[in-house]
Design a protein around this ligand. Structure first.
Ligand SMILES: [Zn+2]
Length: 178
């Protein structure tokens, strides 16, 4: 029976560590456009998911980085911008969506991502990058978020249906003329 006792001892420390360090609620995974963040468990509405981490830079430095193609700049206020480009900033993997399930907010000079609604396991974690991003960086018509892809697919379907209806109308007219 000693085996049972030692295995119980082996299990105990792991449980303590787990309860002390809450498991991260997300992972990096393959998304439609490349990499993205995905929930590994259900996330409650308003739950804080991650911090958007990175060095703090001045507006001048932020502008310089922007011109060099840095897309991970988060302006907290007119004086401070976070450069979220370091790979250690896992929050940077969250993609843009026009119908997001999280939002960013700043508190005490730091930026966090929190759930706007309940998020199911394996659901992609997204937030709205804002109007400037859509207008100047990707172009509104090229957004690859689920909502925009669905909208464009629906428009293509409608256009095809309209074309079919036109073609049918034409064949009917031709038949009548015969
Ligand atoms: Zn979109």
């Amino acid at each position: 029976m000693t085996g049972g006792v030692s295995s119980a001892i082996r299990i105990a420390p792991a449980r303590i560590i787990q309860s002390e360090m809450p498991r991260r609620s997300f992972r990096i995974g393959r998304s439609f456009t490349g990499l993205g963040l995905f929930a590994v468990r259900a996330i409650k509405k308003h739950e804080k998911i991650a911090e958007y981490k990175g060095p703090r830079v001045t507006p001048e430095e932020a502008l310089r980085l922007e011109h060099r193609g840095n897309r991970y700049l988060y302006e907290i206020n007119p004086r401070v911008t976070i450069d979220g480009s370091p790979r250690g900033n896992i929050a940077r993997y969250a993609n843009h969506s026009c119908n997001p399930n999280t939002e960013t907010y700043s508190y005490g000079g730091r930026v966090y991502i929190r759930a706007l609604r309940r998020i199911k396991p394996d659901e992609e974690i997204t937030y709205d990058y804002g109007n400037d991003y859509l207008k100047y960086i990707i172009g509104r018509s090229r957004c690859q978020c689920k909502r925009c892809r669905r909208r464009r697919a629906r428009k293509r379907r409608e256009a095809r249906a309209a074309k079919r209806r036109r073609a049918m109308r034409l064949t009917r007219i031709r038949r009548r003329k015969r």
